[in-house]
Structure formats: structure tokens, C-alpha cells
Write a protein that binds this ligand. Sequence first.
Ligand code: PGA
Length: 240
Amino acid sequence: MFIAANWKMNLNKNQIYDFINNIQDFKFSNDVEACIFPSSIFIDYVANLNKNSSILLGAQNCHFSEKGAFTGETSPISLKLLGCNYVLLGHSERRINNNENSNYVRKCSFSAINADLIPIICVGESLETRDKGNALDYIKNQVHESLPENYKQAYIAYEPIWSIGTGQIPSHYEIEEIHTLIKDEVKKVTNKSVKVLYGGSVNPKNAKEIMSINNVDGTLVGGASLNVKDFLAIYSSAVK
Ligand code: PGA
């Protein structure tokens, strides 16, 4: 199991200090990975503060180039040097607010992999798409268009847009249906396996049940990951 804490553009330096201090003595399990995704400006700070080698570090995005004239962007090579192992790509907030389409996400994933980062590629349908009965086709396309072939290890995060920050989650059947579809499609096309995380309104109350669903390999947690108690409760519910 894998628990990803997507802090988005939240937590200031003092809050990060408290959070990281509060998890130093926690006994993380060898079977469940925990990865924190701070905003890029604080990645170095978290890396220096965190003495607990069990906690992995990731970035919320990276650029498709290693370096160059790309004002305001972050190189995957720099992220790797700061100690990141993972990078989120194509989060729906970036797809919507920054006009990132799947082609762009694929380019960024490609360069992330070349920099030895493991990509977590986010996909998810809008409520309109789901209501029209097109969720499966939509997700299938997003996966095909976003996932590059050059990966050894990759994650897909299934995050229905209508579930992010809303408290609404799909039924267990719907989650299993999409996760199974993603794994089957990736296997068919690349002959490789992929792990699939669920994201969208995961909290300490629903995490255990969500992670008991077939083909759910972990969770990508936004809001609830900002509170250290909630984050650790979600983590603990993944430990068998
Ligand atoms: P949420 O966000 O847990 O606050 O719904 C999840 C995400 O956007 O990754």
C-alpha cells in the first residue's frame, strides 16, 4: 500500500516544522509507504527536517525539460537532487487551471522517468462525464494518452474531479470498476503492470474501506493530509 499526502499550496514553514516533528517517532510499517508532496518551495526544507528515513518525498509537478529558458518551472533533475522519489503529474487542478492536456502530461512523465523519478499520473472524470455514462471511456483515453512507454515503475491515481475536496466518493463498485479497467488497459498496451491509487475525499473514516477494495493500491490524500493526526490515522488504516 502507498499513502500519498498531497499538500497542494498549503502549510507554512512553522506548520511544516510541527508536522514533520510530530511524525518522527511514529513507527512506519515496512509494508506501507508514506510519501509527502509539499509545494516545491518547501521540498528542501522537508528533506532537511525529516530524519525518519521511512518517509518518502515527492513533488506536485515537474517540467518536461531538464533545464532551459522556462521561467517559473521546476526541473525533474533538481527534484531528484533534492531527494524526491516521486512526482505527481496531470493533477486535475493542473489540467483545469494550467490547461495541461494528456499529451503534455505524457511529456512531463517521460522526463520525470529519465530523471529517475516515479511518476504518479492523475486521471479523473467530471461529474458531467460520469452522468452521461462516459466515465470508463474517458479514463481509458486519459490513461492511453498520458502514460509514456519508458517506465519501469509507475502509478496512476484515479481521482474523480467531482470527488476532490467535496466529501463525495464513488461507490465501491465504481472505484473497483475504474481501477480494474486501468490495470487491464495498461497491461494490454504496454505488457507492464501499474499500481493504482484512489484519490478524492479520503479521510480517516473511509480510508480503510476504500483500501479494502480490489485493485486499490493506496490513496492520494489532499485535505486530510494537512492534519498530522488524520494523516497518521489514514496511514494506520492501511497497515494489516
Ligand atoms: P482531497 O484531494 O483529498 O482534498 O479530496 C485529493 C487530491 O486532490 O489529490
